[in-house]
Design a protein around this ligand. Structure first.
Ligand code: ATP
Ligand code: MG
Length: 422
């Protein structure tokens, strides 16, 4: 294509984008937007408020634990109550109130006990070097800065299960012990998690301390999601842009994904973007299907990208074997031409994988571990595993890729880039 022609084509693209037929205010559908209404969470919001209300009288509330699946409005609700509490703080009160929010999933901020404490100290107006102090001294610093005043500190630890995953449960144990060390100040902990079984995995003392009060956030059903979407879409889109049935379809998709409002909003936003790209003057039902595949695809690629090397080796083996590329070590196929549709079994993947490890001078995991990884891929929807009985109690696991060719191609690029291997 000549430069001139390309210029004209780009003009068309930019112009039609500039026209912007679809969105009035796209940020309303973005995830950091704070909606004014939070429908279907009245119960939870009132419960949080009544449990935390004592802070307005300068009294320490019970520690509180919020849990429910992803996208059920936990973060939104706690942020809302936080703001409402701060609006109502009485100036003449002799106890200061601080409410600090920290998302424990944040990289570089919450990866170690040291970093979390340093971040909290910073939020309280103090300062510690980024590294170097022994952890005990960072605790002492934290206690010192909290205890300078007669104050109540409400510490909201969002995605708190990540601290156990990344650090250890000692951190939570230490936190729940802090009040014993404070003389003027008091700390109340609000923990939040979308890992439903997280509490059960904790030491009983830590568990009972963290969950003196518990509030469950149930998934939204399709009708509730429709209402949430309707309200958010009213100002996000230009008038009469959304075809009949689009909202219902988004809600139905997201309800199937365990009632996740984030997924519902993502679907609607991406559908809008696809409609815009199509130059369509409406968001049609088919845009929801396309948005759904796009989101699925992006999610899977994100996972592949962030998996450790060993996972990528295993996936690489499965992809190569599926592409009729039996490799050197696949003895079952030596001397035979392998057909595209011949099944692949765990043992084949393992042999192929071992070979890649050797060629990359990398550690070789046991067959047991590789089986676990294969099972994880199955759970993520990257492959399908079918158990086949082989008589005499023997069983084999047959593996098939469950992702489409364009995802496979992108996955291959990601893996090749990160392994620097072809
Ligand atoms: N009742 C609601 N009304 C309007 N928007 C909502 C509602 N519930 C959730 N949302 C929106 O859905 C998205 C996800 O909500 P939120 O972040 O509170 O979920 P969460 O329960 O904290 O999920 P996770 O466990 O993944 O952190 C946000 O963009 C939020 O604005
Ligand atoms: Mg959240």
């Amino acid at each position: 294509m000549g430069v001139y022609k390309m210029g004209v084509e780009l003009d068309n693209i930019f112009e039609s984008f500039d026209k912007n037929n679809i969105f009035r205010n796209k940020s309303i559908l973005q995830l950091n937007y704070k909606p004014e209404d939070i429908p279907h969470r009245d119960e939870q919001i009132k419960q949080i408020a009544s449990i935390l209300a004592p802070v307005l009288r300068g009294e320490k509330p019970s520690n509180l634990f919020l849990y429910g699946k992803t996208g059920t409005g936990k973060t939104l609700s706690i942020q809302f109550v936080k703001e409402e509490l701060l609006k109502r703080v009485k100036k003449e009160s002799n106890v200061k109130l601080r409410i600090e929010y920290l998302n424990c999933k944040l990289k570089k901020v919450a990866d170690t006990e040291y970093r979390i404490l340093a971040e909290l100290i910073k939020k309280m107006g103090g300062n510690v070097p980024n590294t170097g102090l022994p952890t005990e001294s960072v605790y002492s610093k934290f206690i010192e800065i909290v205890d300078t005043d007669k104050q109540l500190l409400v510490l909201i630890l969002d995605e708190v299960d990540q601290t156990v995953k990344k650090i250890s449960s000692d951190f939570l144990y230490n936190l729940t012990r802090l009040n014993a060390e404070l003389s003027k100040a008091q700390i109340c902990i609000v923990g939040i998690s979308n890992n439903i079984t997280f509490l059960d995995e904790l030491d009983p003392r830590v568990r009972s301390s963290l969950s003196e009060e518990e509030i469950v956030f149930p998934p939204y059903n399709a009708l509730q999601l429709q209402e949430i979407l309707k309200i958010r879409s009213r100002d996000a889109f230009k008038p009469n842009i959304v075809e009949e049935g689009v909202i219902a379809k988004c809600a139905a998709f997201a309800a199937r994904e365990h009632g996740d409002a984030r997924r519902a909003l993502d679907l609607l936003r991406v559908a809008g973007e696809l409609a815009e790209r199509d130059n369509s003057d409406k968001i049609l039902l088919k845009h929801i299907d396309d948005a759904n595949s796009k989101i699925e695809r992006d999610k899977i690629l994100d996972i592949i990208q962030s998996e450790p090397k060993q996972f990528q080796f295993v996936l690489h083996s499965i992809i190569s074997l599926s592409e009729n590329n039996p490799g050197r070590t696949l003895s079952r196929f030596i001397g035979k031409k392998r057909n595209q549709n011949d099944p692949i079994f765990t043992g084949d993947v393992y042999n192929f994988y071992k070979d890649i490890c050797v060629r990359n001078k990398s550690e070789v995991l046991t067959q047991r571990r590789v089986s676990d990884i294969i099972q994880e891929f199955d759970m993520l929807g990257i492959i399908n595993v079918r158990i086949i009985s082989k008589g005499r109690g023997g069983r084999m696991r047959e593996i098939k890729l469950a992702i489409t060719n364009d995802v496979i191609d992108k996955a291959k690029t990601i893996i090749a880039d990160s392994l620097n291997y072809n």
